[in-house]
Design a protein around this ligand. Structure first.
Ligand SMILES: Nc1ncnc2c1ncn2[C@@H]1O[C@H](COP(=O)(O)OP(=O)(O)O)[C@@H](O)[C@H]1O
Ligand SMILES: [Mg+2]
Length: 247
């Protein structure tokens, strides 16, 4: 098998007496669609925060595309191709949908803060293409703050995709969206990831969504990876059903 795209070695982190990352040795290969499951407080978001440079671990290392990124800043890590979204979309609510994507793209190019008009920094065709990929082309002139939650999630993903990531990490992309809308939202996200050939990790609580869209599942319990494998195997594991899925 090829070298892993993302690899962690001996990640360790405690907040006071609470161990939130406990010897996490993990690797992910190009093309995988990994679902991360686990109860609230298990350490899923903390793992993402460590990988993307938002939090430094007490010990251990993170490698991305063969190079160590453990002590880099989030922006430097994003520039190398590991991009994440947040559980609550981080949008520029008072700007249009189109401008949110444009600002995200310009930020990556280091063009923010100078006096060049944004419209000249990023070609309009590039912005519209990304919005079309997530099905928001018709709403590009609307204010981001006026979108319903499902579309806010898609805009957040468009703002990540315009950075042309190799790995996109989605923290609960379907949270706050009704059960009816979840499948449509995930199908749209997956289509966009396929089109750009992006590897993905997504945190997800809905077992149906995990079974439908993941190629692999990792289950977090108290800062540890308690199970890692094919969705059918992990989701059928009695220990995981009792402790993670909550049956
Ligand atoms: N900055 C922080 N300071 C102190 N404790 C934190 C901090 N961030 C998270 N925690 C705690 O770490 C544990 C894991 O949190 P988190 O990674 O957000 O879990 P999950 O995403 O699986 O729900 C929780 O007990 C949470 O309260
Ligand atoms: Mg979380």
């Amino acid at each position: 098998m090829s070298a892993p795209l993302l690899q962690t070695s001996g990640l360790q982190l405690a907040f006071g007496a609470v161990v939130v990352a406990d010897q996490i040795n993990f690797s992910l290969h190009e093309g995988e669609r990994l679902a991360v499951i686990g109860q609230n407080g298990a350490g899923k978001t903390t793992f993402i925060n460590i990988c993307t440079g938002l939090i430094r671990p007490d010990a251990g290392q993170v490698f991305f595309a063969g190079r160590e990124v453990t002590r880099l800043k989030p922006r430097q890590i994003a520039l190398r191709g590991m991009v994440r979204s947040f559980q609550l979309p981080q949008l520029f609510s008072e700007h249009t949908v189109r401008d949110c994507v444009r600002i995200a793209a310009a930020g990556k190019r280091g063009a923010l803060g100078c006096w060049t008009p944004l419209a000249e920094v990023v070609p309009a065709s590039e912005i519209e293409h990304v919005l079309a990929m997530v099905g928001l082309a018709a709403r590009s002139g609307e204010l981001a703050g006026a979108l319903p939650e499902g579309q806010r999630k898609l805009l957040d993903i468009a703002m990540a995709l315009v950075l042309k990531p190799r790995l996109l990490i989605l923290d609960e992309p379907t949270s706050g969206v009704s059960t009816d809308e979840k499948h449509g939202l995930m199908a749209t996200i997956m289509r966009a990831l396929d089109e750009q050939k992006v590897t993905a990790i997504f945190v997800e609580h809905d077992v149906d969504i995990v079974a439908n869209y993941a190629t692999r599942v990792a289950a977090w319990i108290a800062g540890k990876v308690a199970a890692d494998g094919k969705p059918a195997d992990v989701l059928a594991d009695p220990m995981i059903r009792a402790n993670v899925i909550g049956e």
